[in-house]
Design a protein around this ligand. Structure first.
Ligand code: GH3
Ligand code: MG
Ligand code: MG
Ligand code: MG
Length: 303
């Protein structure tokens, strides 16, 4: 475990540190409540436990924990279990500590055996938390991913777009957004089957991904329709980027079980106007351009 020890008395802190290191834990130290709060904010994601002295000058242990719990709430930081260490065995003190947000209370001097037993219990909690965090990360990744192609789904792309719109307004910088749709894709399914269609969708994503720069974002916004956030790129250059995507699809045929398929896409592209656009408006504008590209005969870019 990674454990934060908070104690103003050097000897207490060092002794505790020695015990914990011997038990195989990793230790970070703070000498008062203020420092503890700073450490917590910095390390909330990695800390498994905080051992908090109660009697400290300036900010005492109870107040420090109170603050840590409210910062945890307001900034949405990770919960970390906290155990108080105190010379006082008063029932009132124990109650106050737990009410302040502590999870346990040990009375100094702390017996080495008691400490190692407590660490065993805390290790179980830490393991459980790690499993929860992992499961949560997996769920979050799944919720933002399109399963067939592995790229962002519509919701996730909208989130990325919202972030870019906000960034753009803040820094008065711009970006471009493109929507593309496979041409006559229904025919692929009708002529070669749904599996061939699925294969083409995944391949299209692979090819277009090769044409993206690292900060660009590609998402699947519908069945055979995709959105691309093209960052730091406006006007003619954005149109050229779309032209590149189009060519990556049309330049060579797709092969699925010896079936050769020629696939094309139509692309609608717009540059974000910092003064008047919103996520909804550029989406709509890109859709109008895409529709125009279809109307003009498909396999082309309309900017
Ligand atoms: P257009 O050039 O006007 O876009 O013609 P289109 O045939 O591509 O458009 P239409 O909207 O008529 O048909 C889209 C097709 O995309 C119909 C649908 O079955 C297919 N499709 C949508 N999602 C998937 C998918 O996940 N897998 C497969 N294989 N096909 C899909
Ligand atoms: Mg003290
Ligand atoms: Mg289509
Ligand atoms: Mg479509």
């Amino acid at each position: 475990m990674k454990i934060l020890i908070v104690d103003d008395t050097n000897t207490d802190r060092l002794l505790l540190k020695m015990y914990l290191l011997k038990l195989g834990h990793q230790v970070v130290e703070a000498v008062d409540g203020e420092q503890a709060i700073i450490q917590y904010i910095k390390d909330a994601n990695e800390l498994d436990l905080i051992l908090m002295d109660v009697q400290m000058p300036e900010l005492g242990g109870f107040e420090a924990v109170n603050k840590i719990r409210s910062i945890q709430e307001s900034r949405n930081l990770e919960w970390v279990p906290i155990i108080f260490l105190s010379a006082s065995a008063e029932a009132d003190d124990i109650e106050e500590g737990i009410r302040a947000g502590g999870d346990d209370y040990l009375i100094k001097p702390i017996h080495q055996k008691v400490l190692s037993a407590k660490m065993l219990a805390m290790q179980r909690i830490a393991d459980m938390r790690h499993r929860l965090i992992l499961a949560n990360n997996v769920l979050e990744a799944q919720a933002s991913t399109d399963h067939l192609t592995g790229i962002l789904n519509r919701r996730a792309l909208e989130t990325v777009l919202d972030r870019e719109v906000a960034r753009s307004k803040r820094f008065a910088s711009s970006f471009s957004f493109a929507l593309f749709d496979l041409d006559h894709f229904k025919r692929v399914n009708d002529e070669h089957g749904h599996d061939a269609g699925d294969y083409v969708l995944a391949e299209v994503v692979k090819r277009v991904s090769e044409g993206l720069r690292s900060d660009d974002a590609l998402g699947r916004v519908g069945g055979e329709e995709f959105g691309v956030l093209i960052v730091n790129c406006v006007g003619k250059t954005a149109k050229e980027a779309c032209e590149r995507y189009r060519q990556l699809i049309s330049e060579k045929p797709f092969y699925y079980n010896d079936i050769e398929m020629n696939i094309t896409i139509s692309v609608g592209c717009v540059t974000f106007n910092v003064k008047e656009d919103s996520r909804e408006s550029i989406y709509k504008k890109a859709d109008v351009c895409l529709y125009e590209a279809k109307r003009l005969g498909r396999n082309q870019v309309v900017y």
